[in-house]
Design a protein around this ligand. Structure first.
Ligand code: URA
Length: 272
């Protein structure tokens, strides 16, 4: 088995992260540092260590979901000491778990964690087109023309987006004057903020659902910004067949066997 695959399966890091560990000289096989990415190991005979810690192919893999609140970075460690999603994982389970992809600091909703690097790698691989569904509130009135453009593809700086499924969920709130929520919010004084919270100011926002099968950085925000409707809030409801449901913000739970199987099926991976 290739060493980076072994490391990923053993929960040392994602496949890409495992390669970084190797090239950084942090991986030893039977006591010798191995940096070459093509290197092979025999899982039954070889002793593999990262930073001198033994890595084994655990029989029992861990799969979790979290309802990520706003205000947390999607990383297991922040050198600047800001709040991270790691702070919300059960302490006794956090070892070896890593997040599958990332949600922005201010994005809320479903975040998957696992120790299974192979499955995580496949779920994130663009060729597998795993669907991610988001609930989005945008500034202004989202028109049918916007919906069509978002659905068909947007030319972002990193290429054309793949077809998306976009649905307007509710009539825009407010008086329809096109008031820009974000700009207006910055100018508000305390009294106006209170009025805004009480729904007494004319604010126009539209709620929509968008399902994308890619995972580019800040993709949803960039797509809506392109059509002139900046995102006010973003919440992930589903990742593949796994849905967030009523898990409270900041809470985590183990995925069920069926949920794990659903993810494995989506990327044509056999259960282990
Ligand atoms: N798209 C974004 O723009 N942000 C996220 O956090 C997730 C998807």
């Amino acid at each position: 088995m290739r060493l980076q695959k072994f490391l990923a399966r053993g929960g040392a890091a994602s496949r890409r992260g495992s390669e970084d560990l190797m090239t950084a000289g942090r991986v030893t096989v039977n006591g010798a540092v191995v940096r070459e990415l093509g290197s092979k190991v025999d899982p039954l005979k070889d002793e593999v260590r990262v930073d001198n810690k033994l890595v084994t192919l655990a029989d029992q893999k861990d799969y979790f979901m979290m309802h990520k609140p706003a205000g947390y970075l999607t990383t297991m460690f922040d050198p600047q000491g800001r709040p991270t999603v790691c702070d919300l994982l059960p302490k006794e389970r956090a070892a070896g778990l890593f997040p599958v992809g990332r949600l922005d600091y201010d994005t809320t909703g479903l975040l998957l964690f696992m120790t299974d690097g192979e499955l995580a790698h496949r779920l994130l691989h663009p060729k597998n087109h795993v669907a991610k569904r988001y609930l989005v509130t945008v500034d202004g009135v989202l028109t049918n023309a916007d919906v069509m453009q978002l659905s068909e593809g947007i030319e972002l700086h990193d290429g054309l987006t793949k077809p998306a499924v976009v649905e307007i969920l509710g009539a825009p709130l407010g008086n329809g004057s096109g008031t820009n929520h974000l700009k207006q919010f910055k100018k508000l004084n305390t009294n106006e903020r209170i009025q805004l919270a009480a729904g007494e100011l004319p604010v126009v926002t539209t709620e929509a659902s968008i399902t994308i099968s890619e995972g580019r950085k800040r993709q949803v925000k960039r797509m809506f910004a392109y059509v002139g409707r900046p995102v006010v809030s973003l919440h992930r409801q589903a990742f593949g067949s796994v849905v967030l449901g009523d898990l409270a913000p900041g809470e985590c739970r183990k995925l069920t066997t069926e949920e794990v199987a659903g993810l494995q099926n989506a990327v044509r991976m056999e259960a282990v």
